[in-house]
Structures are given as structure tokens and as C-alpha cells.
Design a protein around this ligand. Structure first.
Ligand SMILES: Nc1nc2c(ncn2[C@@H]2O[C@H](COP(=O)(O)OP(=O)(O)OP(=O)(O)O)[C@@H](O)[C@H]2O)c(=O)[nH]1
Length: 298
């Protein structure tokens, strides 16, 4: 039997004629290049099946069109090229093409004070579609950070004041005594609660953006929050981190507002939806805030 005699079920007529919105493959293993970094990714590739009479799409054509993602830096333009290849290989069958790339971006981050550095991963999804000639690309990034509760900090300060009143009642204040007291556990009888938190950024990018810098978006988000989680840490770094947390006390609402204001200044974004999740240590549930923004039409 040769290739010409292989049965081609996809070319048959559908038994139950009906168009389908999305047909393709999910979770295709694929090495991709992002900002020069070779990353292990999973791709979802699909097209619409507009011709309800057609039995099936041609999965292998979508699969093979992904090949160019192995050798070229991932960009909006490259994703558009791949989507166009999906459509070109499904003329008469499909008017919409879809491509999602899921990966973990790895960034080496310096310590706050010491000359150390270490790696952090940031889950990333790039989702693009090309439909009736309209191209659309979105980027989802998760950024971990630390948040310290401002209310808890104020309550702790009040207890520290009360302890000071108790310990120094009716005593003349001596600089050395106060300094020693501040350095003792009595000088910090209560501590505010803080928690590892996550910002989920869902960015709708300008379709014309050629240079896609995920690192820039992550850096902007971390700078706005001021309390990025650390990698390699010595005591000097931990002390600097404690200071950063003390200087950036935040409810989830504060974090959402900070990110909103930073991202709307960021070039290349035309719309976003963000969610911050504070995995509370005070509660067994999370504190969550969401925010949206859309650039006004010019
Ligand atoms: N459409 C479709 N194909 C599937 C599915 N599951 C597995 N396949 C297989 O995917 C393989 C590739 O499909 P095609 O791209 O049409 O393969 P082909 O006919 O050899 O390639 P072309 O000549 O380019 O059409 C076939 O062997 C299908 O049986 C499915 O659920 N739907």
C-alpha cells in the first residue's frame, strides 16, 4: 500500500454537518525562543471549521506550521505568520486561527544588597488569533511579590507604643535606655502579618508591537510593587527586604492600583485586566482585587 491509497477520513463529508468554533491540538511540546532564551513550552494550535460539511481539519498542517517557532525569537509578528500559515493550509475550511504558547520565563535576579543572584520563573502565556483578517495578541504573566498588611502594621505599632508606655512609665528617658529597649524583643512586641502574593497580568498588546519584551513588563510590575520575592538571600538582603516591606505596606487594593497606574504608562499595551491575590496569613482565604483599563481611542 502506498501513500496514495491511504484512507483520508478528514476529506470525507461530515455525517452530521455543523461548523465548529475551534478544532486543533492542545499541549504540543515545543522549544521556543523568548528574548534569546531557549524555553520548554506547550502550544495550543487550532482553526475554526467553518465548512460544516467537512469531516475534519488537517492537524498535521497546523503542527508543521509551528516549526518556525523553534528558531525565531517569539514576537507578535511571528505568531501572526504562524496563524496565517494555519489559514493558508485550510483555505475553504477556516476563517479563524488560534495559537497559545505556555511557558515559564526564567530571569536571573540580583540580591538586594549582597553580590549574589538567583533564578526566578514567571509563568507566561501568549495567546493570539487571526480571524477575518483581524489579528489580536494577549499576554498573561504571573508575578510573585510580598505584601505586608498596613492595618496589621498600625495595630502592631499601637501595641509597641503601649509597651513603651508600660516600660518607661515614671522614668526619666535616657537615650541609651531607649536605644537598648528598641533593640530588644520588648521594642517589637507585635509584628504585622505579611504574605506571598501573586499579580496576574492579562495584557492586550498592540498588534503592531514588533519587539515583545516580557522582561520589561515584569520589571515595571515589580518596581511598582517594591517587594518582589527574592532568590539568593544573605542577612543583609533579608534586612533590606524587611525595609522594602515596611516602606510598601499594602492591601490588595493598593497593589492593584499601583499596578494599574504603572501598566497604563507602559508602551505596547492597549488594554489590560489584572488580578492580585494575597494568600493571607491572617485568614485561611485569599484577599483579591481586580482592575481593568483600556486606552482611549485616538
Ligand atoms: N481531523 C482530525 N484528525 C485527527 C484527529 N485525531 C487524530 N487525527 C489524525 O491526524 C493526522 C493528520 O491529519 P492530516 O493533516 O489531514 O494528514 P494528511 O491527510 O496525511 O495530511 P494532508 O495531506 O496535508 O491533508 C491523521 O492521521 C488524522 O487521523 C482528530 O480528532 N481530528
Amino acid at each position: 500500500m502506498n501513500a496514495l491509497t491511504l484512507p483520508d477520513i478528514a476529506a470525507q463529508a461530515a455525517r452530521q454537518p455543523l461548523p465548529l468554533e475551534w478544532v486543533g491540538m492542545r499541549g504540543i511540546a515545543l522549544p521556543v525562543l523568548i528574548e534569546g532564551q531557549r524555553l520548554c513550552a506547550k502550544a495550543d494550535a487550532g482553526v475554526s471549521l467553518d465548512d460544516g460539511e467537512a469531516r475534519g481539519i488537517h492537524m498535521s498542517r497546523l503542527y508543521l506550521a509551528l516549526e518556525r517557532l523553534e528558531t525565531q525569537n517569539l514576537s507578535a509578528g511571528l505568531m501572526r505568520e504562524v496563524l496565517q500559515a494555519f489559514l493558508d493550509s485550510h483555505i475553504g475550511l477556516s476563517s479563524g486561527a488560534y495559537l497559545n504558547i505556555h511557558t515559564d520565563l526564567m530571569l536571573k535576579r540580583p540580591a538586594l544588597v549582597s553580590p549574589l543572584a538567583g533564578w526566578k520563573t514567571y509563568p507566561v502565556t501568549l495567546a493570539a488569533h487571526l480571524k477575518n483578517g483581524m489579528f489580536h495578541v494577549e499576554l498573561k504573566i504571573e508575578v510573585p511579590y510580598s505584601s505586608t498588611c498596613p492595618c496589621s502594621a498600625a495595630l502592631a505599632r499601637q501595641l509597641i507604643q503601649q509597651q513603651f508606655v508600660d516600660d518607661f512609665a515614671n522614668k526619666p528617658l535616657q537615650h541609651a535606655d531607649v536605644l537598648a529597649w528598641l533593640g530588644s524583643t520588648r521594642g517589637i512586641v507585635a509584628t504585622p502579618h505579611s504574605q506571598r502574593s501573586t499579580a496576574q497580568l492579562h495584557l492586550h498588546l498592540d498588534a503592531a508591537t514588533e519587539h515583545l519584551s516580557l522582561t520589561d513588563f515584569i520589571n515595571q510590575a515589580e518596581a511598582a510593587l517594591g517587594t518582589a520575592v527574592q532568590t539568593a538571600v544573605k542577612r543583609a538582603d533579608e534586612q533590606a527586604f524587611a525595609l522594602a516591606n515596611g516602606q510598601n505596606l499594602m492591601f490588595c487594593e493598593d497593589a492593584a492600583r499601583r499596578l494599574n497606574l504603572a501598566l497604563r504608562r507602559s508602551p505596547g499595551i492597549r488594554e489590560f485586566h489584572l488580578r492580585v491575590i494575597h494568600a493571607e496569613s491572617l485568614h485561611a482565604h485569599d484577599a483579591v482585587a481586580e482592575s481593568r483599563w483600556q486606552r482611549e481611542a485616538q
